[in-house]
Design a protein around this ligand. Structure first.
Ligand SMILES: [Zn+2]
Length: 345
């Protein structure tokens, strides 16, 4: 998504920076930090913000903690990526290579040139291969007194646990809804459904927009309601979902969100539904959902929800995506109309 995250996200206003700021005041900066969160751009910005705070020669104290001045020579050099005591690394191609870790080791071997710290930031740290991770482990085991490493990653479980255990882990958490909303506004598609499905990640919101998620959702809802000519819709949805892992997950999330809303609308009496919109994924489709709710009992909806979750497990085992998508989509038709293969039997 075309979005300037730096304009809407202030890393100094986050929990990780507040923790580092307090540590800096007490003179207890850790030798390694791991910053995680669901948004890659936000975790990278936060990692750079830590580096800038630790290198600034004129930090100022604010109500929210310490901030770099952005004016001193060190800040200016960090901002223009030319500070000799800071090395920033990100994947070269799909992974972070062992040579890049060796660069970090060489960088860390020298004492600081300009301040009193020597630092390296590793973005998308989960993309380190095993050799690279093992090499980094050595640096983490014997850090020089002046050296600090900052790793940024989406998922700590994807990083060698011996690395995680040597870092102070700071979780950034999801991006605030207003940050995601304003990035969606910038491209003219501010829709609550996309906000709900974005899982606190601007990158994910961008993926949802690029994947025509709203159209897919509407097609799925139309498919569920159609009693006769639904085969073309079925094939379109199934083929779309079987393109790749992410497309399949998207179908699962769409189905789960619709089941969620139908369950809520089944459980609530129509004359008692004030304020219900706040609890729905698709308040704009409430009428369709209410119609679907009339047709399904709770037991069937729960069975469908279980089936959707099972498919998520199968997906991780690399099962045939087209078959799984067909199974997911036909489940509803089959249960409701008993027409799994209406023309074949
Ligand atoms: Zn400064």
């Amino acid at each position: 998504m075309d979005c300037d995250i730096e304009k809407i996200f202030d890393p100094y206003d986050t929990r990780p920076l507040k923790i580092v700021s307090r540590a800096l005041e007490k003179g207890r900066i850790a030798h390694a930090y791991l910053i995680t969160g669901p948004d890659a751009a936000a975790t990278s910005l936060t990692a750079s913000a830590v580096a800038r705070l630790l290198l600034c020669s004129n930090v100022s104290k604010t109500r929210n903690g310490l901030r770099p001045c952005n004016q001193c020579i060190a800040c200016k050099k960090v901002l223009s990526s030319v500070h000799p005591d800071l090395l920033q690394v990100e994947p070269s191609g799909a992974t972070i290579k062992i040579d890049q870790i060796k660069d970090i080791q060489r960088h860390m071997a020298f004492p600081p040139l300009e301040g009193n710290r020597r630092m390296a930031v590793i973005n998308q740290a989960e993309s380190m291969g095993l050799h690279a991770a093992n090499a980094l482990l050595k640096t983490l085991e014997e850090p020089p007194g002046y050296g600090h490493l900052i790793l940024a990653a989406l998922n700590p479980k994807a990083i060698l646990q011996t690395i995680v255990s040597r870092c102070q882990h700071l979780h950034l958490g999801p991006m605030p809804e207003k940050a995601i909303s304003s990035s969606l506004v910038k491209i003219g598609i501010d829709h609550p459904y996309l906000l709900h499905l974005s899982e606190g990640s601007i990158a994910r919101a961008g993926y949802l927009v690029a994947s025509d998620t709203l159209k897919l959702r509407d097609l799925f809802i139309a498919y569920l309601q159609e009693k006769e000519c639904w085969e073309a819709m079925l094939m379109k949805l199934a083929q779309r979902a079987s393109q790749d892992q992410e497309s399949f997950k998207l179908l699962i999330h769409i189905i789960a969100s619709v089941i969620h809303d139908v369950i809520i609308l089944s459980a609530i009496r129509p004359d008692n539904s004030d304020g219900i919109d706040d609890y729905l994924y698709c308040p704009d489709k409430k009428e369709d959902m209410a119609n679907l709710a009339l047709n399904f009992d709770m037991e069937l909806l729960e069975e469908y929800a279980d089936h959707v979750m099972e498919m998520e497990v199968h997906l991780s085992r690399n099962a045939n995506k087209l078959l799984m998508a067909l199974s997911l989509l036909l489940f509803w038709k089959n249960k409701k109309f008993g027409t799994l293969f209406p023309y074949g039997k």
